[in-house]
Every structure is written in structure tokens, then in C-alpha cells.
Design a binder for this molecule. Structure first.
Ligand code: NAP
Length: 454
């Protein structure tokens, strides 16, 4: 795919971009390496001032950044504006807490003095997806610049203007040239970049094939990676839960970002005693959602980001129906320009259907009925993914088992799975490895240096 802004609401190509040449890439790599030599000696207080300035720019111009995100990938404008605000929150979190989280850690030993010191490693490559075009980047760059690392961004090819806007924000905030740069390149250039000595590590958020390809290239060079990949998060509802609150949250959890979120609830696993009631509530809420132009404030569901996402999602839905699933609502693309798919619920999916092992990256909910908690946990754990899980119960013993036994990087009880700068974020199994956010995210790309003084 070329690098371009294509409006997903209309299908119109608004702007195309030439990928960087080898020479351009060399210039940027050299610039980052050069900037690191001075930047690594800047104080945490100075970095914090710059990062807070970035937060201010994100907040002051939230409307502009929001419109850009919506234009390029179709999320409802109100969600895009909220995304710019959340980026500001992450910047402020790291600006306020990095000094404490990066302080030397004293460890008494046989030395007169022994401690752990945290040091930057240099340039880190970030390969990022389009679905949260600002948030994915800021949750990488805010900790990176506080540690003292350089960031090079290879953003998804359908959000080039977001990528360039983020570079502009970082420069306007005062960060020296070279600390954060955007590389307008295709995915085919990533493996080659990993072989360059000036790139010390990489993080990728995206699909499994992309993650595997980057990790293989990095592995050849003994370079660390963090991978944030796909998910098929379970949303378990047990009889003691408040059905109305659970159904409202289930709707929000599935429809966030037009259904294109890694931590969206995708498989709804409901105890049979309340399954009919829950299904009815979910249908009512799905059918009440307003689909349309994402720039309009009343819109709940905009278009999917690209025609190929629409096509792939519809193929999955049709295959699921073929395998014997019941269509509760929705089930085929809307007959209108743009990449619109209606809120869809599929139920009674046979155990051997491929859908049970797939990620549905769009507004499609898979609904399952189970006889008890054991069956709910077994079904929740039956995929190769392990990103997040949401479970609804007011019974303490059930809650404790869910926390203990669900195979996921995050378990939320009676709430929607979400990212928060104060808490680590990441998956297990084929959802990836490593963590972003919180102290764990700050410590991913760092030299943990042991110091021992006699
Ligand atoms: P994708 O195709 O993997 O794209 C993500 C990024 O990887 C893009 O910048 C893409 O560049 C690049 N890329 C693609 N193939 C590559 C390769 N072989 N080597 C190196 N880079 C490559 O993912 P997507 O389909 O756009 O995004 C949706 C996926 O991301 C879903 O599975 C979703 O669950 C996952 N996701 C995970 C998280 C998380 O935190 N765990 C968060 C958000 C999304 P081009 O655009 O140029 O192809």
C-alpha cells in the first residue's frame, strides 16, 4: 500500500506521499545518533519541561489533532479529541514521575556502595498502527524521551499526516532536532533498519505477522523488542452482575474506535441463566447506535479505516454464518459509500468454527452461552490470544478465580478494559510480550546498570 491520506468516509484520496529515499533515511539515522550524544546529558527537569509543553500543545490544539485523526482513519471526532487529551495525560504522567521511577536503586551488598542505575540506550524504532494514531505513539515516546532515548517512528501508511503532526508537536514543545523523527517508509524497509547499528531496539504494535517479522529481524541482531499484538478479549457476564450496566459497558467495549481496538471486548461469554436477557439488552443497544460521518458530533460509529479491513471483516462474518452461526443483528456491509459496517452480533457459533480463534477487527460481537464459571474460564482461555479480559460478578469467590485463572495481560472486574498511564499494558501468548506505560514501560528500553564500589 502506498503512503496516503484516503478519507474512509468517502473513499477519496486526499494526499499521497513519496517514501523516503535511502539517503533521506541515512540522514535521519545520523541525526538521531548525533542528537543522542547531547540529549543523554540533559537533565530530567529539562526533559520534563519539554514534555509538559508537548502536553499543552496537545490540549490547546485538540480539535485540530482530532480532526486529523478522524480524517485519516475515521474514528468519531469526539473520540479523536479524547485521544489527544489522553496523550497529554501520558506526557504529564511521565514528566511528573520519571525522576522518581528512574532514581538509582540502592542495594546493600558486600560493597561499600552498590546500586542500580538506569541509563538510555539510544535510538529506538517504533512501528505503529493507525487505530489510535496519536495514542500509540505518545505512549511510546513519552517514556522514551524521559529515559533519554531517541524515537524514530514508522507509522502505518494510512496515517502519514498524523505521523508528521506528532513530529511537529515534539519540535514545537522544544525537544532538540533528532530526538523524535518520523520516517515515511513502507513496511518493507523495517527489517533492513533493524540491521543498522544505530537502531538499538524496536517496539511494534500491530498484527501477528508484522510482529513476527520485526522480532525475527531484531533477533538476528540480538536487539530487544516489545510487541503489542492482536487480541480477542473475553467479556464474561455471570448471574450476579448488573445486567444493564454490563450490557451498556459491553456495547462501549465492543464499539470503541468503530470496533477497531486491540483491547475491545470481542467474545461475550454469558451464563445461560441470564443469556436471553443479556442478548436482548445488547441488541437494543447495538441497534440504537448512530452510524455516519465521524466528523458529526452525534455519530457513534464511523467507517472502518480501509476498504481491505471492511472486506476482511465481512469475509470472517460470512464464514462464521456458513459454519452455522445465528445472525442476531447486522451481518453485512452497509450499502453506501465509505467503509461502513453495521454493529453485528453473531450467536450459537459452533465450537469448531474458525471464528473462535480469530480477531474480529470491527463492530462484530461473538456471543456465547456457558453453563457455569468453569466453562466460562475454559472458553475465555481457549484462544491463542491473551491481551485483556473483562469479567462481571459481585461474588468474591468468583472474582478471585477470574483474577487468578484468566490467561491475559490484564483482568478488569466489573469494568471495561482500558489503558492508563499509571498501569502497565501488554499481553501474553500470541498477543505479544513486554509492557508499555507505568514503570514497566519506562524500564523496557533502558540499560539496567549494576554498580559495585569496593
Ligand atoms: P499491521 O498491518 O501489522 O500494521 C501495523 C504497523 O506495522 C504498520 O506501521 C505497518 O506498516 C507495519 N507493518 C506491517 N507489516 C509489517 C512487517 N512485515 N514488518 C514490519 N512492519 C510491518 O496492523 P494493522 O492491521 O494495521 O493493525 C491492527 C492490529 O494491531 C490488530 O491485530 C490489533 O489488535 C493490533 N493492535 C494491538 C495493540 C496492542 O496494544 N496490543 C494496539 C492496537 C492495535 P504499513 O501500514 O506500511 O503496512
Amino acid at each position: 500500500m502506498g503512503i496516503a491520506t484516503i478519507n474512509p468516509t468517502t473513499g477519496e484520496t486526499l494526499k499521497t506521499f513519496e517514501p523516503l529515499t535511502d539517503r533521506d533515511i541515512e540522514t535521519k539515522l545520523a541525526k538521531a545518533a548525533h542528537a543522542f550524544q547531547a540529549y543523554r546529558h540533559t537533565s530530567l527537569a529539562q526533559r520534563s519541561i519539554w514534555l509538559k509543553q508537548a502536553a499543552q500543545i496537545l490540549e490547546d490544539d485538540r480539535q485540530k489533532w482530532g480532526e486529523l485523526m478522524t480524517l485519516e482513519m475515521g474514528k468519531p471526532l469526539k473520540a479523536a479529541i479524547a485521544e489527544a487529551e489522553k496523550c497529554a495525560l501520558a506526557c504529564r504522567y511521565y514528566a511528573d514521575h520519571a525522576a522518581e521511577l528512574l532514581a538509582d536503586m540502592s542495594v546493600p551488598t558486600d560493597a561499600s556502595q552498590s546500586f542500580v542505575r538506569y541509563q538510555p540506550i539510544g535510538t529506538v524504532l517504533a512501528v505503529m498502527p493507525w487505530n489510535f494514531p496519536f495514542w500509540q505513539v505518545f505512549r511510546f515516546i513519552a517514556p522514551a524521551v524521559m529515559v533519554g532515548n531517541m524515537g524514530l517512528l514508522k507509522h502505518a501508511s494510512n496515517v502519514p499526516q498524523c505521523a508528521m503532526a506528532i513530529e511537529e508537536i515534539m519540535l514545537r514543545a522544544g525537544f532538540p532536532e533528532g530526538v523524535f523523527q518520523t520516517l515515511l517508509i513502507g513496511a518493507d524497509r523495517v527489517a533492513g533498519l533493524m540491521a543498522d547499528d544505530r537502531i538499538k531496539a524496536a517496539t511494534l504494535t500491530g498484527s501477528e505477522p508484522a510482529g513476527a517479522s520485526l522480532a525475527a529481524a531484531a533477533g538476528k541482531q540480538i536487539k530487544k523488542t516489545v510487541l503489542e499484538l492482536g487480541g480477542s478479549d473475553p467479556f464474561i457476564v455471570l448471574p450476579s452482575a448488573d445486567g444493564e450496566v454490563a450490557a451498556a459497558t459491553a456495547t462501549a467495549a465492543r464499539m470503541l474506535n468503530n470496533g477497531q481496538s486491540c483491547i475491545a471486548a470481542k467474545r461475550f461469554i454469558v451464563h445461560e441463566a441470564i443469556a436471553d436477557d443479556f442478548e436482548q439488552r445488547l441488541v437494543t443497544k447495538f441497534q440504537a447506535l448512530k452510524i455516519g460521518d465521524p466528523m458529526q458530533p452525534e455519530t457513534d460509529i464511523g467507517p472502518l479505516a480501509t476498504p481491505s479491513i471492511l472486506q476482511e471483516l465481512d469475509q470472517q462474518v460470512q464464514a462464521c454464518i456458513q459454519s452455522g452461526a445465528r445472525v442476531v443483528t447486522g451481518g453485512k456491509p452497509l450499502d453506501r459509500p465509505g467503509n461502513f459496517y453495521p454493529p453485528t452480533i453473531l450467536a450459537d457459533i459452533p465450537a469448531d468454527a474458525a471464528a473462535n480463534q480469530e480477531e474480529f477487527f470491527g463492530p462484530v460481537a461473538l456471543l456465547f452461552r456457558v453453563p457455569d464459571l468453569d466453562a466460562a474460564i475454559a472458553l475465555a482461555n481457549s484462544t491463542s490470544f491473551g491481551l485483556g479480559a473483562s469479567a462481571w460478578t459481585t461474588i468474591a469467590a468468583e472474582r478471585d478465580r477470574l483474577i487468578e485463572e484468566l490467561e491475559a495481560g490484564a483482568v478488569f472486574i466489573n469494568g471495561l478494559v482500558k489503558s492508563d498511564p499509571r498501569l502497565p499494558f501488554g499481553g501474553i501468548k500470541r498477543s505479544g510480550y513486554g509492557r508499555e506505560l507505568s514503570i514497566q514501560g519506562l524500564h523496557e528500553f533502558i540499560n539496567i546498570k549494576t554498580v559495585w564500589v569496593k
